[in-house]
Design a protein around this ligand. Structure first.
Ligand SMILES: NC(=O)c1ccc[n+]([C@@H]2O[C@H](COP(=O)([O-])OP(=O)(O)OC[C@H]3O[C@@H](n4cnc5c(N)ncnc54)[C@H](OP(=O)(O)O)[C@@H]3O)[C@@H](O)[C@H]2O)c1
Length: 308
C-alpha cells in the first residue's frame, strides 16, 4: 500500500511517499481500516522535527498520522462493535497517513452520517482535546466564563462550540479572518489578540484554555478569578505565576479514546457542532500539507485525502 514515511528527523524534505506492506491485525481487539482521510495535526510536525524524542519518542522509519476516517475492512476476534463495511473514525496515534491503518476497538467510533470523511477525521483530536480540557479537567459548567486563547485554530474552534453547547459564556481570542469565524461559532466576546490586550478586556474568568502557548500565556493569569484554572495544551504554565495568582495552572495532554469522543460526536449528529476543514491535500502532498499548517494563519483542520 502507499504510505507517507520519513527515515530521518528534519524539515518536510524528509517526507517520502513509499510502498509498504499493508498492516495486519495482530491482536484480537484491533480493527483494520481502509483510510479515506487523515488529519494533519500540529503534533505530526513536532514529531517529524525530532524535538519530541525525549517526551514522545517515535521509531524510524515512521508513518505519521494520529487519526483517520475510513471504512472497516477486517476486525479481530474479540471486536464486537464494528464489522466490515462500517464507516468509522479512529485514533491511530501513528500510521494514519496511509491507505490502511490499524486501531484498537476502544479507539474507534462510528462516523457521523452528516459529516464527510474529511470532516469526520478533523473531529477526532479536536473533540477529544476539547472534552479533556473543558470538561474532564476543567469542570466547565453552565454559566461559567471560559476564555479560549487561539480560538480560531483547529482545536479552539471546536472548544468554542462545545463550551457554548454546555451553556458557558465564551470569550475567544483570534486574529484576521478567525475573528468572523469564532463569532459565527457563537463566541460571546472576541478579542483580537494582535491589536488588543486580553488582560484589560477580560476578568473573573473561571477557566482559561491556552491553545497558542509562548509568551502570550503569561497575560492569561491576570484574567482569572482566584481559584480559577489555566490549562494549556501547548506548554506548561509558570508555577511561580500560578502561586502568585492562586490558580490551578497546568499543561494538559489529552488522552483520546472513543469514550472521550462520545459527547462531541452526539453534538455533531444533532447538528450542534460543525467540523471545520480549512484545506485538503492529496496523500502524496503530505509535505506541502504540513508546511501549510506550519505557516500558521489556518482556521480549522488541514486534512489529507487518501484516494485508492
Ligand atoms: N496537549 C494536547 O493534548 C494537544 C491536543 C491538540 C493540540 N495540541 C497542540 O495545541 C496547539 C494548537 O493546536 P491546533 O490544532 O488548534 O493548531 P492551530 O490550528 O494552528 O491553532 C493555533 C491557533 O493559535 C492562534 N495563535 C497563535 N499565536 C497566538 C497568540 N499569541 N495569541 C492568541 N492566539 C494565537 C493561531 O491564530 P492565528 O492563525 O490568527 O495566528 C491559531 O488559530 C498545537 O501546538 C498542538 O500541537 C495539544
Amino acid at each position: 500500500m502507499k504510505a507517507i514515511q520519513y527515515k530521518a528527523f528534519g524539515n518536510s524534505n524528509v517526507i517520502e511517499l513509499v510502498e509498504v506492506p499493508q498492516p495486519e491485525i495482530n491482536n484480537e481487539n484491533q480493527v483494520l481500516i481502509q483510510v479515506k482521510a487523515a488529519s494533519v495535526n500540529p503534533l505530526d510536525i513536532k514529531l517529524r522535527s525530532g524535538i519530541m524524542q525525549q517526551i514522545r519518542p517515535v521509531n524510524l522509519p515512521f508513518v505519521p498520522g494520529a487519526d483517520v476516517a475510513g471504512i472497516v475492512v477486517a476486525t479481530g476476534e474479540k471486536v464486537t462493535q464494528f464489522k466490515a463495511g462500517d464507516q468509522v473514525i479512529a485514533v491511530t496515534r501513528e500510521g494514519g497517513y496511509a491507505e490502511y491503518a490499524i486501531a484498537n476497538e476502544s479507539n474507534v467510533a462510528i462516523k457521523p452520517t452528516n459529516a464527510s470523511f474529511e470532516e469526520a477525521t478533523s473531529l477526532v483530536v479536536n473533540i477529544g482535546t476539547a472534552q479533556s480540557v473543558l470538561f474532564n479537567e476543567g469542570k466547565l459548567a453552565k454559566d461559567q466564563k471560559v476564555l479560549i486563547q487561539g480560538a480560531a485554530g483547529a482545536t479552539g474552534a471546536t472548544m468554542v462550540q462545545m463550551a457554548k453547547n454546555a451553556g458557558a459564556y465564551v470569550i475567544a481570542t483570534a486574529s484576521g479572518q478567525g475573528i468572523a469565524l469564532v463569532k459565527s461559532l457563537g463566541a460571546d466576546e472576541v478579542i483580537d489578540y494582535k491589536s488588543q490586550d486580553v488582560s484589560l478586556l477580560a476578568n473573573n474568568i473561571d477557566l482559561v484554555v491556552d491553545c497558542a502557548g509562548g509568551e502570550s500565556q503569561h497575560k492569561l493569569f491576570e484574567v482569572l478569578k482566584p481559584g480559577g484554572r489555566l490549562f494549556s495544551i501547548v506548554s506548561p504554565p509558570s508555577a511561580a505565576l500560578a502561586e502568585k495568582y492562586q490558580v490551578d495552572a497546568r499543561f494538559i495532554s489529552s488522552n483520546i479514546s472513543a469514550g472521550s469522543l462520545a459527547a462531541g460526536l452526539a453534538l455533531v449528529n444533532e447538528g450542534k457542532l460543525r467540523p471545520i476543514v480549512a484545506k485538503t491535500f492529496p496523500l502524496d502532498e503530505a509535505a506541502q500539507a504540513q508546511d501549510f499548517v506550519s505557516a500558521g494563519g489556518v482556521n480549522g483542520k488541514v486534512v489529507l485525502v487518501v484516494l485508492q
